[in-house]
Design a protein around this ligand. Sequence first.
Ligand code: ZN
Length: 576
Amino acid sequence: MKLRYDRREFMGLAAASAAGILMRPLLVESRTVAAARTLQGADADLVVFNAKVHTMDSGAPRAEAFAIHAGRFIAVGSTAEIKGLIGKRTQTLDAKQMTIVPGFIDCHNHAGGTTLLYEVLVGNPFEVEFVTIASIVEKLRAKARQTPRGFWVEGYFHDDTKLKDKRPLNVHDLDQVSTEHPVVVRHRGGHTSFYHSKALELARVNKDTPDPPGGTFDRDANGQLNGRVTDRARNVFNGVGQRPSFTAEQRDRRERDGLAHISKQFVRYGLTSVHHEGGDLAALQEVRARGNLHHRVSYEVSGRVLDSMISSGIMTGFGDEWIKLGATSEHTVDGSFSERTMALSIPYPGVQPPYKGNVTETQEELNAWVERVHRAGIQVNCHANGDVAIDMYLTAFERAQKSFPRADARPKITHCTLINNDLVRRMKALGAVPAMFTTYAYYNSDKFPFYGEELMKRCMAFRTLLDAGIHAAAGSDFSPGPFAPLMGIQGMVTRTGWDGTTWGANQRITVDEAIKVNTINGAYASREESLKGSITAGKLADFVVLADDPHTVRQEKIKDIQIVRTVVGGATVYQA
Ligand SMILES: [Zn+2]
């Protein structure tokens, strides 16, 4: 055995010797651990045994037990073998035949804890729940009563297909909230908002206002504004009405409280790593320093932070195991799947006049942005839902790679919803990593009729992409989608929604594949596959204990499996 080897070789060694693990678990100790033992005579910190472990390590997919030291798995194997590592100071956990999988990884999340904590929520962020338009109006009226005149009254987490009324929210409903405040209800998808008459009037929008590029002011059958405004048309509201201002201290506190709050929610659902779309980087570090960050963060940058990374030569991968600079945050190329504004090559079925969705950037702008980021050694990430937008992004990346070739660049495609064979071939050639909607198959089945079965066969195409050898990963897109990984896994396996309808059954994947999408493939997306994503000696000890095995429960019950315990770096961060 070589005495020195680099990390990549070491992980290869771990995988290669996995078959022999049952006999000689100590062989796969990391060098750090081996050194710690010699220096301190250290025992394992924690030994978990009598479990059904699905490791997601293809070299040794099943195990019964593992040992942890200094936050990492040091040995994985049978109960009898691993129990041999129990020393005087070792804590033990008898899993009583419960199932253990690696900690779940969500590769696209707007981890907006402040909205959850401080704003009016007119829909359920986490689960399928139907509400009435009257309840939305009532919540906003209550908010208006506490809000000074002229200030915005805003509702969040609206879902247009989760209304008991079975008709869309409109301008007249919202006119009942207040005549003294601008009023808006934001769709949880983030691409459409619903305004009342006063807000439209303040923004000088009337029925004759033309649609700007990349957005629409929607109208009813009589040509009158119905209050729904899509994508970039919403920009006219930015300078309208008053919004609360906070002192720097108040703002910092809100950010910290929001992050601490959402971190608790993540681990409650078994997430141990989350890719954050921006958010306050300083607050994130503060929350960690105070011991309130329970999950690991791949921080995805935009704006000022991206500019300063480029100007100071900081690349993707900077940081540590808890907070690391990841890809950029999603650079938006088109509209939304759930709100039916994504850019399609054919018109939306049944929509008149014919509508193909919104492209929100020109090819030239996109080329320039992609090239600038790629040259700087930062992992590029674009939001591309429709086939038109994915094509534009791949075109921009192919061009950037030609001018500035970078091996293993892993361009990230956020959503990557509607694919075709040509796009898949080009993705494979570029080594692209898609982070696709997870919970939609279950949560948003009520929106699939807008696309129809023919398109749904090519939407959220996990089967096609895995078969092509592409590392498809999970991207809940919270707040647009709930983030519960088990709800996502159930949807990937069944393609059946909450309403019992099944769409694009050709894209079903197995339970094991769906767990991989939510673990090791997520680690790959952030270039951390040698650090996490499977229960493998040498990797970070992030795992989830489940009350039932998703492989054996009835598939429509996967989402209801109880998360018994979530462990990050060997420490329990959630316990039922
Ligand atoms: Zn997003």
